[in-house]
Design a protein around this ligand. Structure first.
Ligand SMILES: NC(=O)c1ccc[n+]([C@@H]2O[C@H](COP(=O)([O-])OP(=O)(O)OC[C@H]3O[C@@H](n4cnc5c(N)ncnc54)[C@H](O)[C@@H]3O)[C@@H](O)[C@H]2O)c1
Ligand SMILES: CC(C)[C@H](C(=O)O)[C@@H](O)C(=O)O
Ligand SMILES: [Mg+2]
Length: 373
């Protein structure tokens, strides 16, 4: 089959990790006889440099025409460290989410058996953790009116939610729970925020349509604590935009590194796939960033296109790289040395091509100073 994929490498480590995800997609294309046509587009700091704005019109056009979008990361310290900058790279990503109405952020977290020792949590606490965050992505405080007073002595960000905005993401969360352990945890701050109370009321009503799914409520501060003390408590977490951003980074740390956590941003017409991490500019160009979150995002993209077997091939290759310890430094095992971003990508692509490891020459895969055999 033939698919057009919009590819937005973005800033910092974005291009490096997206190169590895494309290697995996190319290996899938070859092994399963598909054609992936890549249309590259700019977004973020690189787009500001090239066009003056973070989201060129051309990028929107390319994304709208594509079957799916693969995205790296945005952000640059020159904007992070300048609170008065009016144009910012992140605005490009937020505008794209809004423009394409990508209202549902899906962020799965699974504890890999081969990485249990890399978790900051005790083995018995992290083992078998498997939950998924449904994060509302186009509403709330991210998109409300922002104001800075003329004397610059006060500022405000407005958070607004409508019943419709809450309902559409809630339905997707309940439907996902029906295929999993049948439990939705609504994470909010209903003891303080009016928007959270609207979330509770709306989600409680919707839950009646899913009698096979149980609904529980947790305040976000308690949820963050529980995620560390007892992550197995969770199945599907449903939450608003800002809380979803925060708890997904907390979740990513549980399995050992944010460099492992993939995501999709789903709308009715389009879908974008991206690692949840940022542009990690300290690592830019060093070939040390973990590419697995991007590679796994490419796997989610394949599932979205209906290519389930192909997505499984990516997941198997990732599992194998973890089993063999062919990993970047953020998840290396104590007794092993790490390898580079590009070598991890090469391994994954080779493994997909060969479908197993019997034809592979591991001697080519250098583990820092040593080789793995
Ligand atoms: N979706 C996005 O594009 C996105 C997400 C988060 C942050 N940002 C932007 O990225 C820039 C940097 O933000 P930040 O430092 O807060 O977050 P970050 O995710 O870029 O990095 C935080 C830390 O996570 C680790 N990390 C991140 N990606 C990794 C990878 N692939 N492999 C190994 N370790 C990894 C590193 O230890 C890093 O110091 C900012 O400009 C921010 O706005 C963009
Ligand atoms: C870059 C930023 C706008 C973005 C967000 O806050 O949504 C990021 O942190 C994420 O998690 O995708
Ligand atoms: Mg984030």
């Amino acid at each position: 089959m033939k698919f057009t994929i919009a590819v937005i490498p973005g800033d910092g480590i974005g291009p490096e990790v997206i190169t590895q995800a494309k290697k995996a997609l190319n290996a899938v294309a070859e092994a399963y006889d598909h054609i992936f046509l890549y249309k590259e587009a700019q977004l973020g700091s690189c787009a500001i440099d090239a066009t003056g704005g973070p989201l060129p019109k051309k990028t929107i056009e390319i994304c709208k025409k594509a079957d799916a979008i693969l995205f790296g990361a945005v952000g640059d310290p020159k904007y992070d460290n300048d609170p008065s900058a009016k144009v910012r790279p992140e605005q490009g990503l937020l505008q794209l989410r809004k423009e394409l109405d990508l209202f549902c952020g899906v962020r799965p977290l699974k504890a890999y058996n081969n990485l249990i020792a890399n978790s900051p949590l005790k083995r018995e606490i992290i083992k078998n953790t498997d939950f998924i965050i449904f994060r509302e992505l186009t509403g709330g405080i991210y998109f409300g009116k922002k104001e800075l007073s003329e004397d610059m002595q006060s500022a405000s960000d407005l958070s607004t939610y409508t019943v419709d905005e809450i309902s559409r993401v809630a339905h997707l969360a309940f439907q996902a729970a029906q295929k999993r352990k049948k439990k939705v945890t609504l994470v909010d701050k209903a003891n303080v925020l009016e928007t959270s109370r609207l979330w509770r009321k709306t989600v409680t009503e919707i839950a009646k349509e899913y009698s096979d799914v149980s609904l529980e409520y947790l305040f976000v501060d308690n949820a963050a604590m529980k995620m560390i003390l007892n992550p197995k408590h969770f199945d599907v977490i449903l939450t608003e935009n800002l809380f979803g951003d925060m708890i997904s980074d907390v979740a990513s740390a549980l399995c050992g590194s944010i460099g492992l956590m993939a995501s999709s941003s789903i709308g009715n017409e389009n879908a974008l796939f991206e690692p949840i991490h940022g542009s990690y500019n300290q690592a830019k160009g060093k070939d040390i960033a973990n590419p697995l979150a991007s590679i796994l995002s490419a796997g989610m993209l394949l599932k979205y296109l209906g290519l389930h077997e192909e997505a499984d091939a990516i997941e198997r290759a990732v599992d194998k790289s973890l089993a063999l310890g062919i990993t970047t430094e953020d998840i290396k095992r104590k007794i092993q040395s790490s390898t580079s971003t590009s070598k991890v990508g090469d391994f994954i692509a080779d493994y997909i091509t060969n479908q197993d490891d019997s034809n592979m020459n591991f001697k080519n895969i250098h583990m820092g100073q040593s080789t793995i055999i």
